[in-house]
Design a protein around this ligand. Structure first.
Ligand code: HEC
Length: 168
């Protein structure tokens, strides 16, 4: 009886220890540095999303671009969905940037804006998605412009002004 109690107690202890072991962090792969992520992933996705509406100016006049078939409408919706998910990629551990002073201390002026801009990119892209579902080309254009603003504010704040990377 005593032996069984000891064994049970041992099992109880082992299982308790097991419960307290912190779960291994998810194996995110952030091999893409920020430049690669932007140039190879986010920028092409944004361009695909924006390509579904607009105006083409030529010698023959102005031609409106909009989805012309069910398949194209669906593609426009998927492209907005893809960009919406990409805001999350900017929030993976190791990707969030914080403005720091020379002593590597976080600057008050950072204000957690990286996270806000990444979330805003996702929110705005979801609005583009809603506009595609509503078959609202004007809405796709205006919400698409709002997505662009989230790219610009983030670049404004997190790419140094003298960095040649600062294109927009
Ligand atoms: C949360 C911040 C953030 C958001 C949102 C963001 N970017 Fe960026 N982007 C950056 C940073 C930071 C860099 C510079 C990378 C570096 O310094 O390593 C960059 C660089 C780029 C570059 C590369 C410029 C170059 O020549 O190297 C492109 C292109 C780009 N972003 C496109 C976009 C587009 C398009 C969007 C919106 C759909 C967007 N980015 C949204 C932070 C952001």
């Amino acid at each position: 009886m005593r032996a069984r109690f000891v064994i049970l107690a041992a099992i109880f202890l082992i299982s308790c220890q097991h419960d307290e072991t912190p779960a291994a962090p998810p194996a995110f792969d952030i091999t893409h540095d920020m430049d690669d992520l932007m140039i190879h992933v986010i920028d092409p996705a944004a361009k695909a999303m924006w390509s579904h509406v607009g105006w083409l100016l030529s010698e023959d006049g102005v031609e409106a671009i909009e989805p012309a078939s069910e398949t194209e409408w669906r593609q426009a919706e998927y492209d907005a969905a893809i960009l919406a998910e990409m805001g999350n990629l900017l929030l993976l551990p190791g990707r969030i940037r914080i403005l720091r002073d020379e002593d590597d201390k976080p600057l008050q002026s950072d204000n957690g804006d990286w996270t806000k801009y990444a979330v805003a990119m996702t929110t705005r892209a979801f609005e583009v998605k809603q506009a595609t579902i509503a078959r609202d080309t004007r809405g796709m254009f205006t919400t698409g412009a709002e997505v662009y603003k989230t790219c610009v504010v983030c670049h404004d704040k997190y790419i140094r002004k003298d960095d040649p990377k600062r294109l927009m």
